[in-house]
Write a new protein. Structure first.
Length: 231
């Protein structure tokens, strides 16, 4: 990882676009490590508190560590699910989830075919659409009834929530979504506090960062002040 401090902001990047941080965070917001002022090799571990103290203990014990605590760990909203619910209703979310199974949304060919279907407006075409190669391919994934459901969902979108959002929904709806109760939040914060004590005893915590995850919508905004204050 390379770090540089410019205009009171930390710039961060790492080598290896197919593995490690660059793959985890994506490339758009990162910098070339060779241009940064300070470079060090890190092992990146993204995990639960239980796994951090358990199976990943060998990674950090007796070493210097940088600890990042993400507030959406305590309560997590999937912003794509929430937006679709708000604009289209629970029934639409349920229908799309039943179409976009994990097996399909792990398939890049399906996602690319879905994108073509939406971007080219093939859902607006009548029976003639069945002759289009992209529609044939999509029916191969969804079946004819599934394509019919998808067509109706795409046509039902207004300008506020365009059909293109359905592609994003397909890609993101399997991400975590669990709005925690106050008790669950408090219990999780207690587990983190205990873990930090263990880390402090058996490693050298050189820096702790807290990611609020508000801008991207993953920490539910009504709960964010409570989580941040208690954390």
């Amino acid at each position: 990882i390379g770090l540089a401090f410019t205009d009171n902001r930390v710039k961060l990047n790492c080598c290896g676009a197919q593995s490690g941080c660059a793959a985890y965070w994506g490339l758009s917001n990162l910098w070339d490590p060779s241009l940064t002022e300070y470079n060090m090799i890190f092992t990146l571990v993204v995990c639960t508190v239980e796994d951090l103290i358990g199976k990943h203990r060998g990674v950090w014990e007796g070493k210097k560590i940088l600890l990042d605590i993400d507030e959406d760990y305590f309560s997590c909203a999937n912003p794509m699910v929430e937006a679709t619910k708000a604009f289209c209703g629970d029934l639409c979310v349920d229908r799309l989830k039943s179409l976009f199974t994990p097996d399909l949304t792990d398939n890049q060919r399906f996602l690319q075919g879905l994108k073509r279907y939406v971007e080219q407006g093939l859902y607006r075409v009548g029976a003639a659409r069945f002759h289009h190669p992209a529609v044939k391919e999509l029916i191969g994934f969804l079946g004819k009834d599934g394509e019919e459901t998808l067509k109706e969902e795409c046509k039902g979108r207004g300008g506020v929530y365009p059909a293109s959002e359905i592609v994003r929904f397909a890609d993101m709806h399997e991400l975590p979504h669990h709005i925690s109760s106050v008790r669950e939040i408090n219990d999780s914060i207690g587990e983190v506090a205990s873990a930090v004590s263990t880390l402090n005893e058996f490693s050298d915590i050189t820096c702790v960062t807290i990611s609020q995850s508000i801008t991207d919508g993953y920490t539910p905004s009504p709960q964010s002040p409570f989580i941040h204050r208690h954390l």
